[in-house]
Write a protein that binds this ligand. Structure first.
Ligand code: ADP
Ligand code: ADP
Length: 225
């Protein structure tokens, strides 16, 4: 996934993201860091097709998101991108397992059985999969949300402050699960965080300030997704 001269201006004229060029490398875990208001959320929302750029481009493989109709963009989001938000956004009346498979059902897609078993295995909830969210800890709920994002086997997981509502122990469990998805499945992952400990789980870090990338830390970079 690649951003080219990505710019997002809100109505008021505030430039939240300012001509950002960034590559989210395939099969790796990238963290986006920076002060509050630096444009992290806006950037990843635009990468994920949840919001549209004012100018510039976002490429997922050979598709430019800005060139898609609303309908095609919705389909691409559903099929190729998995989201994890700070608030877990689970459906309270469904069990953990039902929450994980819900997006597949809504998309009328057959779950890939072996894949789903692996994801469910890595989530590490055992018999708690039959419990409703209210019976799970925050960390367990967020692991369910990550498993839900992985269930459709997306090209990219986009996580916006996934540990922002969690204590450090629960947060580590979620980060460990994201890390394992990268290591075991080669899951391309991009995560907004303002927490250096969370960022330490990533392979690469993009630092934003005032809507611009001001620093990058990374090892050898393979191809973009
Ligand atoms: P963050 O934790 O990323 O700083 P915020 O609490 O600033 O998030 O923002 C939460 C949500 O409110 C985001 O979805 C963002 O798009 C929206 N938002 C942030 N700032 C403004 C603003 N000035 N006007 C309208 N919406 C905003
Ligand atoms: P971060 O995630 O780094 O906290 P955001 O992307 O939430 O940063 O915000 C970047 C800038 O854009 C801030 O100045 C914020 O107030 C502004 N902003 C974010 N969302 C909106 C919005 N929906 N409407 C207007 N301004 C916004």
């Amino acid at each position: 996934m690649t951003a080219v001269a990505a710019t997002k201006r809100y109505g008021s004229g505030d430039t939240a993201v300012d001509r950002v060029d960034a590559t989210i490398p395939a099969g790796r875990f990238t963290a986006v860091m920076g002060p509050s208001g630096s444009g992290k959320s806006t950037l990843v929302h635009c990468l994920a097709g949840l919001d549209t750029l004012t100018s510039g481009e976002v490429w997922l493989g050979d598709v430019e998101l800005g060139a898609l109709s609303d309908r095609a963009l919705t389909r691409l989001r559903r099929e190729r991108i998995g989201f994890v938000f700070q608030a877990f956004n689970l459906i309270p009346t469904l069990t953990a397992y039902e929450n994980i498979v819900l997006p597949l059902q809504l998309a009328r897609r057959q779950p890939d059985g072996p894949w789903l078993s692996e994801v469910v295995d890595v989530v590490g909830l055992g018999d708690r999969l039959a419990h409703r969210p209210s019976e799970l800890s925050g960390g367990q709920q967020q692991r369910v949300a990550v498993a839900r994002a992985l269930a459709s086997r997306p090209d990219v997981i986009v996580a916006d402050e996934p540990t922002g509502n969690l204590d450090s122990t629960s947060g580590s469990a979620v980060l460990g699960f994201l890390r394992e998805a990268v290591d075991r499945f080669g899951q391309t992952t991009v995560m907004v965080t303002h927490d250096a400990v969370a960022a330490s789980y990533a392979d690469a870090v993009l630092f934003l300030a005032d809507g611009r990338i001001v620093d990058e830390l990374s090892g050898p970079t393979p191809d973009a997704v």
